[in-house]
Design a protein around this ligand. Structure first.
Ligand code: SIN
Length: 283
C-alpha cells in the first residue's frame, strides 16, 4: 500500500492537469491517498498517474477508487476479455474504409446522456514516437474569461443534445444495434454548468452533439455556439497532454473539452485502454 508521504502531486500547467507519482494502482490504495487523489482530480481536472502497468481487469478495479463505471456507447470497441474496458486505436476504419481516429474534434464525452460520465480514463499501452497528444480545454477558465455581457446572454440557456447533430462536420462510427437501443434520442442540458463538487461554473458545449438551443433559431444559436467555442479554445485555456507509456490519465468531462491529435505517422500504433465513470445530470 502506498504511504501518503511517498505520493507526489505536481501541477502540469497553470490551470489544468496534475502529475501523480508514488502510487501503484495494481496494489491496494489506502483511504487517505484515495481522498487526496479524488480532491486532486476535482482541483486540477486532469489527473495523470505515471508508470501504471495494469491489465484491463486491474484498470477496472483501480478506477473504482473514483466512482462507478459508466457503460460506454459503442460496444464494438469493448475488449473481449473485459468488456467494460474499451480500446482507442488509430488502426480502425470507418465503414467506407477510411481511417477512424476516435475523438478527433473538440468534445466532452457522452453529453447526450441524461447523466453524462463525470470522467474518462485512458491508460497508454502503445504510443507513436512523437505527437498524438490529447488536447484539453478548460471550460471553467474560459467561462471566467467571458465578457460580462456574454455571461448574461447565455445565463439560463439550455441546449438539446443528440448522439450526432445534423450540422457537425465530424463523422462518428455507426453504433451497434445494442448500443443504439441504449442511447437517448435527445436530452436537454444547460450551456453553463455548475460543477457538482467544486461549485465552479463552466461552459458546457459540445460541437458534435448540440442540435439547437431552446427558444433560439439556429441562425442565431449556431453563431453563438461557434463564438463560445472560438473563445474557449484559445491557447490560454488549453493543456496538451504528452503521453508516456503507462500514463493513466483521468479527465473531468464536467468542465473540459478534449480532442485527440492525429499528427503522427499512421505506420505507428497508438493504443490505449478506455473506461468512463458515472456522473450526474448537469445543472
Ligand atoms: C477520446 O476522445 O476519448 C480519445 C482521446 C485521445 O485518444 O487522445
Amino acid at each position: 500500500m502506498a504511504p501518503t508521504d511517498t505520493v507526489t502531486l505536481t501541477p502540469l500547467s497553470a490551470h489544468t492537469g496534475v502529475e501523480v507519482t508514488g502510487v501503484d494502482l495494481s496494489k491496494p490504495v489506502d483511504g487517505e491517498v484515495q481522498a487526496r487523489l479524488n480532491k486532486a482530480f476535482v482541483d486540477h481536472s486532469v489527473l495523470v498517474l505515471r508508470d501504471q502497468n495494469l491489465t484491463p481487469h486491474q484498470m477496472l478495479d483501480a478506477v473504482k477508487l473514483f466512482g462507478e463505471v459508466f457503460q460506454q456507447h459503442n460496444t464494438k470497441f469493448a475488449l473481449p476479455e473485459c468488456p467494460l474496458i474499451h480500446y482507442i486505436s488509430n488502426q480502425d476504419k470507418y465503414e467506407d474504409g477510411t481511417r477512424y481516429i476516435p475523438g478527433a474534434g473538440y468534445h466532452t464525452d457522452h453529453s447526450n446522456a441524461v447523466a453524462p460520465p463525470k470522467a474518462t480514463v485512458l491508460l497508454a499501452i502503445e504510443l507513436p514516437s512523437s505527437g498524438g497528444d490529447t488536447q484539453y480545454v478548460n471550460l471553467q477558465e474560459a467561462y471566467d474569461g467571458l465578457p460580462e455581457e456574454t455571461k448574461r446572454r447565455i445565463d439560463g440557456l439550455k441546449a438539446v443534445q443528440v448522439y450526432q447533430n445534423s450540422h457537425s462536420t465530424r463523422k462518428l462510427t455507426g453504433l451497434t444495434v445494442a448500443a443504439k437501443a441504449s442511447v437517448s434520442d435527445s436530452v436537454i442540458h444547460p450551456i453553463v454548468r455548475t460543477h457538482p463538487e467544486s461549485g465552479r461554473k463552466g461552459l458546457y458545449i459540445n460541437p458534435i452533439r448540440i442540435e439547437n438551443i431552446i427558444g433560439m433559431d439556429n441562425s442565431e444559436a449556431l453563431p453563438l455556439l461557434d463564438e463560445l467555442l472560438a473563445h474557449a479554445t484559445q491557447d490560454k485555456y488549453q493543456y496538451y497532454h504528452k503521453w508516456r507509456v503507462g500514463d493513466l490519465a483521468m479527465w473531468d468531462n464536467r468542465c473540459l473539452l478534449h480532442k485527440a491529435n492525429a499528427d503522427y505517422s499512421m505506420d505507428e500504433m497508438r493504443y490505449l485502454y478506455r473506461v468512463m465513470l458515472q456522473g450526474d445530470a448537469p445543472y
